[in-house]
Ligand binder design. Sequence first.
Ligand code: ATP
Ligand code: MG
Length: 430
Amino acid sequence: MGQKIQAVKGMNDLLPVEQKDFRLTSAFWQAFEDTVSRWTRRFGYSQIRTPIVEQTGLFVRSIGEETDVVGKEMYTFADSNDTISLSLRPEGTASCLRAIVEHNLLYNSPQKLWYMGPMFRRERPQKGRYRQFHQVGVEALGYDGPDVDAEMIAMCADLWRELGISEHLALEINNLGNKEERAAHRSALVAYLQSHEDKLDEDSRRRMYTNPLRVLDSKNPDLQEICNAAPRLLDYLGEESMAHYTGFKNLLDALGIAYVENPRLVRGLDYYNLTVFEWTTDKLGAQATVCGGGRYNGLIGELGGKDAPAIGFAMGIERLLLLVNEYGRLKTESAPDVYMMQQPEGLAAAMRYAAQLRAAGFSVLQHCGAQSLKNQMKKADASGARFAVIVGESEAAQGEATLKDMQGGRGQQTVPAAALAEQLKQWKSE
Ligand code: ATP
Ligand code: MG
C-alpha cells in the first residue's frame, strides 16, 4: 500500500459530512451559494468569472508591494518557460478590473458585478483563517457615488437579514480622502510617529515608512494610546471628500442602517480611497472581520484602462458560514425526495421509474448494489428521503411500484407505474 498523501496545510476539503476541524458541510455551502445567486439577482448584479492564476505584476501593481498580502502572503511561481511570474489570486478585485479593462466593458455603460471563488494567502492557519479560503465579492464600476456606496452597504445588510445574522454584525465606516489629502496626512503622521519611535514595536517601526496608515491599525494594546493621539486623516479631508462622506452617511441614516465611524479604519490593501467600511463580529475571536470594502477610484487607470470611479467589497465565506452555522439560518436541501429500491428482477423497471420521477421534478437516489430489501430500507431511512419506492419481483411483473411514506404514518400503497408521479405529488402536497 502506498503512503497516504494529505491535503495542503490550511486548505480544507468540503465533505458531505461534518469534519472535526472544519465543521461545515458541502450542502451548507451549496445552500449559501444558492442564496448568493438570488441575492445578487435581487440587486441586479451580474456574475464575472476570472482565472485563479494571474500574472504576479497585476497584484503588485494593484494591491501594492508593501502590503502584507503581496509582501509575504502570495503563492508565486515561475511558469515553465520561466519568463513570466504567476501567482494564485489572493483576492478578486484586481482580476475583475484586469478583465474589465481587457474586454473594454466600461466602454458603453457602468457595470455592477459579483464573483465568488477560492483565494490563496500563505497565512498562519487558525479558525477563520485559511490558506485557501473563499470570498464573495461585489464591484460597482463607473459610479461616482455616494449613492452606490450606500447601495453596497444596503446589499450587505440584506444578505445578513436573509442569513439571520444581522444582530451579530456591526458596521464601521471611514473616509480615506483622495491621494493628495492622504499625502498631506501621511507627512504629519510620519513626523508624529518618528517623535514616538522609541515606543513603537518592531512591526510599526517597519511600517512607519512603508505604510504608516497601517500603524494606526495595530492591534498591539501598548500602542493604543499613541495611535489614538495620532493626527487623524479625517482632519485633512477637503470639501469634496467631506461632501462624499456626508452624503454617504445621510443615505445610511435614511435607510435605517446603523454604523460606527472609525477614523482609524484603513483596510489592508493600498488601493482604497474615500469610502471604506468593515462588517465585524464579536463571535469569531480574533478573526472578527467578515466583510470589508471601499472605493478604489484610480485603480482602473493604473491597470491601463480609461479612468473610472469604482467601489467594491468582499466577504470571507468561511467566517460568514461559521457565524451562520451557530447563530443564523440557512436551509440545506441534501435529502432526496425519493429512495428507489428493488429486487434484481425489478432493476430495469426501477431505473426507468427513477428517470420518469426525475423528469417530473423529484430528486431520486437510486439504490445500487445487490442487497436485501430490508437492508435497502435501512439505507433509505438513513438517506433522509421523504419516500421510498420499491420495485420487487411481483411489482416488476405487474408494471407497478410500491410507495412508502418514510415520515408520515400512511403505510404502503401499490400503484401502476403510470400513476407513480401523480401519487407522490399528492402525498407530498398533503
Ligand atoms: P484580516 O485582517 O482578517 O486578515 P483582510 O483585511 O486581510 O482580513 P480582506 O483582504 O479585506 O481581508 O478580505 C476580505 C475578507 O476576506 C476578510 O474580511 C475575511 O472575512 C476574508 N479573509 C481574508 N483573509 C482570509 C483568510 N486567510 N482566511 C479566511 N478568510 C479570509
Ligand atoms: Mg489579512
